[in-house]
Design a protein around this ligand. Structure first.
Ligand SMILES: CC(C)(COP(=O)(O)OP(=O)(O)OC[C@H]1O[C@@H](n2cnc3c(N)ncnc32)[C@H](O)[C@@H]1OP(=O)(O)O)[C@@H](O)C(=O)NCCC(=O)NCCS
Length: 184
């Protein structure tokens, strides 16, 4: 059984792979963080946005002491297309939250749906996680589509949360359990 944070997995196959970023991925990460449309529906405090230098962000991402989140690169046939993140790990509840963000040129090809399937498969099959959650702005129909296609259920609508903006952000709360039933 893998531990969520000490172990940095490589998930998937050459066609669609989630793996640790390396210095060679800095240009792709820079393009992502500089894309305003990617971050339109995201919190202001995402890890990769804290660094002016993408290479530095990649180095810090895998610092051994970092436990608040695990970020993997998403690669389609070897090309960097975005990030997949595990965060908000609650060991006693065996629960974690997931996030994903892709470069716009890769949208609409089913990549996020497949990446989330790989994330959930890893969590349920190779770690002790039993509950996966996601928070999504109600306007973000694409992300809701990705979650629905992966069997997530929306269990709370429009909950005010602090996403770093001047006013609270309204978020829908989505959940998937290992049993496939949100109340299991
Ligand atoms: C959200 C995001 C990851 C979706 O990635 P994607 O690879 O384009 O998603 P998919 O191609 O797997 O689409 C899954 C489903 O979502 C729906 N969908 C996709 N784009 C949509 C849009 N613009 N409007 C409405 N529904 C949409 C479709 O139902 C699609 O299913 P289909 O292929 O059967 O039509 C991508 O748009 C993105 O990176 N956005 C910016 C970052 C972000 O908002 N991340 C999520 C934060 S919660």
């Amino acid at each position: 059984m893998k531990k969520l944070f000490p172990d940095i997995p490589c998930i998937g196959s050459e066609h669609l792979m989630l793996r640790q970023l390396s210095p060679g991925d800095a240009a792709g990460l820079r393009e992502l963080t500089n894309s305003p449309e990617v971050y339109r529906y995201l919190p202001t405090f995402l890890f990769e946005k804290k660094y002016a230098d993408a290479e530095c962000a990649i180095r810090e991402m895998y610092d051994a002491g970092r436990k608040e989140s695990l970020i993997l690169g998403v690669f389609s046939d070897g090309a960097f297309c975005g990030l997949a993140e595990f965060y908000g790990y609650r060991a006693p509840l065996r629960k974690v939250s997931v996030g994903y963000r892709l470069l716009p040129q890769f949208w609409g090809r089913g990549i996020a749906t497949k990446a989330l399937a790989l994330m959930v498969g890893y969590l349920f099959n190779e770690t002790d996680i039993r509950i996966v959650t996601a928070s999504v702005m109600p306007k973000n129909r694409a992300s809701a589509g990705v979650l629905k296609k992966n069997g997530f259920h929306c269990v709370q609508h429009s909950v005010p949360e602090n996403w770093g903006y001047a006013l609270p952000t309204r978020a829908d709360k989505w959940i998937k359990t290992a049993a496939g039933n949100p109340r299991a």
